[in-house]
Design a protein around this ligand. Structure first.
Ligand code: DON
Length: 568
């Protein structure tokens, strides 16, 4: 199959599309909302989507394209794309088999439960987010090498080379990126030994070229030596040296021992569709499936779109799912997680037994359930579909925008500040306002609980949708809304992704909503029922692909950000 030469395959209908472009002399469609006949990549930057699609056109499958896209994002979208962070990649092969690779960061061996507390037991401001100590052991490179060796059909060299070329030759910054680099300038200067390539004397403007020679060289070491090009040798030495400079705790042993792992995804049926998502240490999949399970007995269509009735129902389910998250979810290697019981329909019905359709509950009176009794933030998501019927949904992150803004000197890549996703002290919220307890406490070698929710949906045993989002705690609820917008409200993927969103996460006890997403009558009614509502900036940035009844693929690249779809 990989030898097939596509003569001129083309994009049929295009709406909201910015046009056709030529990549390696091949014509592809590009835009936010294209429809394609064959392969498609939707990611946070036009460059990474183009690289992914060029790999498909070269005969690669969805995993080849996903690995190429992930490395490309590390170059063209350093806000979140990374080799110094981690993520989750969900795969569904054309024959329906699914797999999940967990390349989440780990706490270094020198980490300890109270490492972010001062002498009086209070959280030291910024220690888990802005310093060398904020970094977990990176997982992306081992994840990509492993997923590629299990499923890829092109050579590893083929899939990583475009990212190397992009880093060396440079690419034009988007408007949003110029602003991101300018606003983070001071952090880049004060937290690094030598000013990285992200700093220049005059402010960045859209169209300026960013070149990253040190990063190109690091990627070359990975190209030539696979995981050893990162976890041992020069790159590992540079990481350890960087740690020593800034009192960080990642050691050579942490790096050499890091291994990504394959695991079973979680899944649940919802209104005739099978929803497949990431299992722990991401809580995203379980939170999403719990909310779907809790709302599934109710008729959302009848309740109406963004009415007080539907917002109330959904946020009450969200409140209960996030309460469970705070107690039960963490790294399954360290904490026993009652996954089946948390997703059991009877349990979820019991969770909603104190739901009143007329008034808000108070989070102070909603506690985690008892399933055992029955016995400046940035992440990025990309979706890939190939011409063979394989699908990939992957979410990857440094946690904060540009992670901790610390670049490994002479290696050109940013470090994550993922340690903040642990519960640094019981009851103390992390940067996303999430609180947690023992299940997510810090222990050496443990993975911090995530909200990343890559999702693949089947209808009648066939691929139906691929989706995911950044947004910290709002990831599962953003993905949820896209799912119900399509399944219950009958929207196109474009509408489902672009329409407004709202969110509740148990604590803090309020509904947040995007400007213009709810009308004033519904807001007033929800307030009168006892809900607190707060308007906020964008919630999530979903990048999705939907398979249409005729087999064509429709892109939903979120209007929030510079997301871009490529297809042919
Ligand atoms: O793993 C998590 O849940 C977080 N580190 C994700 C961070 C994130 O989505 C930031 N994006 N806006």
């Amino acid at each position: 199959m990989n030898k097939i030469i596509f003569i001129i395959l083309f994009v049929s209908a295009i709406y909201g599309c910015t046009g056709k472009i030529s990549v390696n002399k091949l014509t592809i469609a590009e835009g936010r909302n294209i429809i394609s006949d064959s392969g498609m990549v939707v990611s946070a930057h036009p460059q990474s989507s183009r690289i992914g699609i060029a790999i498909l056109r070269k005969g690669g499958n969805a995993v080849d394209a996903a690995v190429a896209t992930e490395f490309a994002l590390a170059v063209c979208y350093p806000e979140a794309g990374n080799i110094g962070g981690g993520g989750f990649m969900l795969i569904r092969q054309a024959d329906g088999t699914t797999d999940l690779i967990d390349y989440r960061e780990k706490a270094p061996l020198k980490a300890s439960r109270d490492m972010y507390l001062d002498a009086s037991g209070d959280v030291s401001e910024g220690l888990s987010t802005e310093t060398h100590m904020a970094s977990g052991v990176p997982g992306t490179v081992d994840g990509m090498v492993n997923i590629h060796s299990k499923y890829g059909i092109l050579s590893f060299r083929d899939v990583i080379q475009p990212a190397i070329d992009l880093a060396r030759k440079g690419f034009p910054l988007t408007d949003g990126q110029a602003a991101d680099f300018n606003s983070n300038r001071q952090n880049f200067i004060t937290r690094n030994l030598t000013p990285p390539s992200f700093v220049k004397d005059t402010p960045w403007v859209a169209g300026d070229t960013l070149r990253q020679e040190s990063l190109a060289q690091t990627l070359e070491r990975i190209r030539d030596r696979g995981r050893d090009g990162f976890y041992s040798g020069t790159t590992a030495r540079l990481i350890v040296k960087e740690m020593e400079r800034g009192n960080g705790i990642i050691s050579g042993q942490d790096l050499s021992e890091y291994r990504a792992s394959f695991k079973d995804p979680v899944l649940k049926e919802y209104h005739g569709y099978r929803i497949i998502s990431a299992s722990p240490p991401s809580g995203g999949g379980i939170v999403l499936l719990q909310i779907l399970g809790m709302i599934s007995p109710y008729n959302l269509k009848e309740a109406g779109f963004h009415t007080w009735q539907s917002v109330h129902l959904i946020t009450e389910a969200e409140r209960r799912a996030f309460a469970d998250r705070s107690k039960f979810l963490g790294d399954p290697g360290f904490t026993e997680i009652p996954v089946d019981r948390l997703l059991d329909d009877n349990y979820l019905a019991r969770r909603m037994s104190n739901y009143s359709k007329d008034s808000a509950s108070s989070s102070s009176k909603i506690f985690p359930g008892s399933p055992l009794a029955a016995v400046s933030e940035e992440t990025t998501h990309y979706s890939v579909a190939d011409y063979l019927g394989n699908a990939v949904a992957a979410t990857t992150t440094l946690n904060g925008t540009f992670g901790n803004s610390i670049i490994v000197d002479s290696a050109g890549f940013l470090l994550n500040n993922q340690m903040d996703d642990f519960s640094v002290k019981p009851g103390v919220p992390n940067m996303y306002g999430l609180v947690g307890g023992e299940a997510n406490s810090i222990q050496p070698g443990k993975k911090m609980l995530s909200s990343m929710t890559p999702v693949i949906i089947e209808k009648d045993g066939k691929l139906f949708m691929i989706a995911g989002s950044p947004g910290g705690s709002t990831i599962p609820t953003s993905v949820l809304q896209v799912i119900i917008n399509v399944i219950d409200y009958g929207m196109s993927i474009r509408q489902a992704v672009d329409t407004g969103r709202f969110h509740h996460q148990w604590l803090p006890d309020h509904i947040s909503y995007e400007k213009n997403s709810l009308d004033s009558t519904n807001i007033l009614k929800l307030r009168s029922m006892g809900h607190e509502l707060r308007e906020r900036n964008a919630i999530g940035r979903v990048n999705a692909i939907m398979i249409l009844p005729d087999g064509k693929k429709a892109a939903g690249a979120d209007r929030r950000g510079n997301n871009s779809a490529c297809g042919y």
